[in-house]
Ligand binder design. Structure first.
Ligand code: FAD
Length: 464
């Protein structure tokens, strides 16, 4: 297993037209709504706006091409987790509001599958749930804590279930599995097919998408690009990790890179050994997050954090590739599945996700200024962006639904620290999480080093 020959492009871009293929903005135009960013947030928002009011004229402006951002590069987990964890949601907003929010996220996972099927988007959706395996006694205690906490706020075995060693190993035959947790509300998807399929659907509904059109300035009632301006009484900002590149937004949201690899299609006998028969997505309880799934064509797509944060929240195409982190992903993959040693890594890639200072996503509409935005999903944006896009559309239309009073509405983010504190703090947090994993593996005890992340993670206990 070597990364040297792997293609440097997201595997998800293979089967879709992941190049600029739509017109640029042709000059100044007027619209009822302009959406910045053709990822899940922007496209779901456009989809629901058109369904609510087919007469609206909607322009989507995208700096590169549909699915260029995290929506076309992610791990393919369409799941109902929330960046801070459900426990923190309850601490923040009380039991009833938090449970309502969780249930909305659960429903959203099903909605993504249902709408994809109804609209003819073949995105390899498979609702096999999310599996978090425990690979030592300490991780097994984290698994028990997670289920006990979920039960304490009213979730049941249809939502989340503790697994004994045998059942966990049956689902995922990775090394050292001693137990785990199965979360029902999660599906594996092909994100490239979903984002491109959705773009096609909104175009059929009458939305115009302009590619290769970067917004360089936004103000009340207009966005300006190098190719002209879109004048619209409502501007929707759906730029997630890239928001930091917009003027006056450098400290609003941090772009944190997550990196991935994909294997060649694996033979059926390897899958019989590994499991994931329902295409469950999987992870374990280490501090520095890893995530994987079985693709519909039998590859193992695998990712993790650990790529450095770049000074000044900068974003460059070159940051998608990091030999050290990609090699480490291969090492961890082989540690989990030694049976993969003879197989090739065919693709490696990465991209920035968006992290707000307090790790709390937000859906905000300001009717007075005519500006709306949603984001801050950290690594949980595939499903969350669907719920956010739907909610944005309802709020823009002035509707009162079960979603328009969820606790994340109009949440405002504290700003990130200025440099050099931001750079030092985030990179120290990443290094300590990695070091904590080594210590926990060696000693079998919780490492205090992991707790530094509390500062970084808005005081929540989620992994990084
Ligand atoms: C490697 C990786 C793995 C991940 N894995 C998962 C996962 O398995 N499950 C999960 O739930 N989440 C995951 N995430 C996070 C998830 O993908 C994102 O939260 C989600 O896709 C965000 O969608 P979005 O539409 O808000 O943003 P994006 O998809 O990032 O879209 C923003 C778009 O805005 C465009 N844009 C930015 N600035 C401008 C501008 N000035 N002018 C015009 N256009 C602009 C960008 O080009 C981009 O296309 C992962 C992210 C990464 C990077």
């Amino acid at each position: 297993m070597d990364i040297a020959d792997a293609l440097i492009t997201p595997y998800w871009w293979e089967d879709v037209n992941a190049v600029v293929s739509r017109p640029q903005l042709p000059g100044d135009i007027d619209a009822d709504v302009v959406v910045i960013g053709a990822g899940f947030t922007g496209l779901w928002c456009a989809y629901y706006l058109k369904n609510l009011d087919p007469n609206l004229s909607i322009a989507v402006v995208e700096q590169r091409h549909v699915g260029f951002g995290a929506s076309g590069r992610n791990g393919g987990w369409c799941h109902a987790e929330y960046p801070l964890g459900h426990g923190q949601l309850i601490k923040d907003h009380g039991h009833d509001a938090a449970l309502r929010h969780m249930r909305s996220l659960f429903v959203s996972v099903d909605d993504v599958g249902r709408i994809a099927a109804d609209e003819g988007i073949d995105c390899d959706y498979a609702k096999g749930g999310v599996l978090t395996v425990a690979r030592n006694k300490l991780q097994a205690s984290y698994a028990r804590d997670e289920v006990a906490e979920a039960e304490s706020f009213g979730l049941g075995p249809h939502d989340i279930r503790l697994l004994e060693a045998e059942e966990a190993r049956e689902m995922l035959n990775a090394t050292d599995v001693v137990g785990g947790v199965w979360h029902a509300h999660g599906a594996a998807i092909h994100p490239g097919k979903l984002v491109h399929g959705l773009a096609h659907v909104v175009e059929q509904l009458g939305v115009t998408i302009y590619e290769d059109t970067e917004v360089v300035e936004l103000s009340e009632g207009a966005v300006r690009t190098a190719r002209g301006a879109v004048n619209a009484p409502m501007v929707v900002v759906a730029t997630e990790g890239y928001t930091s590149q917009l003027p006056r937004n450098a400290r609003r949201i941090v772009p944190l890179y997550s990196l991935m690899i994909a294997t060649e299609p694996l033979p059926e006998e390897v899958w019989r050994d590994i499991g994931l028969t329902e295409r469950q997505t999987f992870s374990d309880y280490r501090n520095l997050i890893i995530y994987g799934l079985r693709t519909a064509d039998g590859r193992l797509a695998f990712g993790g954090r650990g790529a450095p944060y770049h000074w000044g929240s900068s974003i460059e195409d070159g940051f998608d590739i990091n030999d050290r982190v990609h090699s480490e992903l291969v090492r961890v993959l082989l540690e989990l599945f030694p049976q993969l040693s003879g197989y090739d890594i065919t693709h490696r890639w990465g991209g920035p996700l968006g992290v707000p200072r307090d790790w709390r996503p937000s859906v905000t509409v300001d009717h007075t200024k005519g500006i709306a935005w949603a984001g801050g999903y950290v690594g949980d944006g595939v499903n969350t962006a669907h719920l956010a896009g739907q909610t944005l559309a309802e709020l823009i239309n002035g509707l009162d639904t079960e979603r328009t009073t969820l606790p994340w509405i109009n949440h405002t983010w504290p700003r990130w620290e200025p440099e050099p504190f931001r750079w030092i703090g985030i990179n120290a947090g990443l290094a300590l999480a990695k070091s904590a994993d080594r210590t926990e593996e060696r000693t079998g005890k919780h490492s205090r080093k992991a707790d530094f992340g509390l500062w970084l993670r808005g005081r929540s206990r989620r992994r990084i």
